[in-house]
Design a protein around this ligand. Structure first.
Ligand SMILES: Nc1nc2c(ncn2[C@@H]2O[C@H](COP(=O)(O)OP(=O)(O)OP(=O)(O)O)[C@@H](O)[C@H]2O)c(=O)[nH]1
Ligand SMILES: [Mg+2]
Length: 297
């Protein structure tokens, strides 16, 4: 397929035209997630640029270069790419630690409202409330595709990669799809090594690309084609998965169950850790009292 064919294929893709019809889905949500400053918002602008095929526009606000750890996107903003496909710019986080993973999963599971601020000030009650509140809105009609964006100039230790793997595996559990990985800054010399690490994690769909930006909006055939190819593969995968009998309502309930289980488990861990710390403190106080008594006698 040349660029025009790919663009037409993406633009004309409709869930209604899938083999078994839309089965109750009315939208494909490309859920972008990843560390702050790795190029999520830039990827949205790049996708809009290649699909609209007009002048470059900054739809999603990007972090200024050199301040890429700033956490520019604070909201879950949605951007319509085609009538069927919507891109979601989820809030990036500085580190994917225990406190933030619950929030990442809630974003991915689509239980947090779209186009509203996301705070990492979460905790058990907040996440639970969000899940319960999401009952009010019927978002089961979204076919969720997780897309992980990673800046290939970023070095990570094996330990950090294995933590990341847990997150990608969980994203697979929540959405039913192993995340597509997009490696930005494709000129990075670390690229081959990083790509291999993602492959070893079990990632099958890996794309490397260079995002367009306000400073770098000159169209190149190669950049355009790479971004179009990446979108085409994602759409083809959705089409393929729509050949199975699916039930969006059941999927939504399953996503919620996973999230419930996750936050309850995390809360139990937190209580245990707090209990262990308190016990240790009590022991120390006991030891101090005993030493005090010995000194006195
Ligand atoms: N050279 C190069 N720069 C990029 C690429 N992708 C993003 N950038 C730059 O990296 C900076 C951060 O990009 P953003 O798109 O704002 O990153 P983000 O993931 O949306 O960041 P948060 O919203 O903070 O989570 C910006 O200055 C972009 O221009 C790329 O592929 N190559
Ligand atoms: Mg952003």
């Amino acid at each position: 397929m040349d660029s025009d064919d790919m663009r037409n294929y993406i633009q004309n893709f409709s869930l209604d035209k899938c083999k078994l019809g839309n089965q109750g889905y009315n939208r494909v949500l490309l859920q972008l997630f990843g560390f702050a400053g790795h190029g999520k918002s830039s990827f949205i602008n790049s996708c809009k640029y290649v699909i609209d095929d007009g002048p470059y526009k900054n739809y999603a606000t990007t972090a200024s270069a050199g301040n890429s750890q700033g956490g520019k996107t604070m909201k879950r903003s949605s951007y319509e790419l085609t009538k069927t496909i919507t891109l979601v710019d989820n809030r990036g986080c500085a580190k994917m630690n225990k406190d933030e993973t619950g929030e990442i999963y809630a974003q991915l599971g689509n239980v947090l409202p779209l186009d509203t601020e996301v705070t990492w000030d979460t905790g058990f009650e907040n996440t639970l409330t969000n899940i319960l509140n999401s009952e009010r809105e019927d978002r089961s009609a979204d076919f969720i595709v997780p897309v992980f964006i990673y800046n290939s100039e970023t070095r990570m230790s094996d330990e950090e990669f294995s933590e990341l793997k847990k997150i990608l595996v969980k994203a697979n559990e929540i959405t039913g799809l192993f995340p597509t990985v997009i490696l930005t800054h494709e000129t990075s010399e670390l690229l081959p090594e990083i790509k291999e690490k993602f492959r070893r994690m079990g990632t099958q769909n890996i794309f490397t690309l260079e995002n367009y930006s306000e400073k770098n909006m000159r169209k190149t055939q190669n950049k355009h084609e790479t971004i179009l190819k990446c979108l085409c593969e994602i759409v083809k995968d959705v089409e393929f998965r729509m050949e199975d009998i699916r039930d969006p309502k059941e999927e939504k309930t399953a996503r919620k169950k996973i999230l419930h289980r996750f936050i309850i488990k995390r809360e139990i861990e937190r209580i245990r850790e707090a209990g262990a710390i308190e016990l240790e403190r009590e022991r120390e106080r006991e030891r101090a009292r005993e030493t005090g008594n010995c000194t006195l006698s």
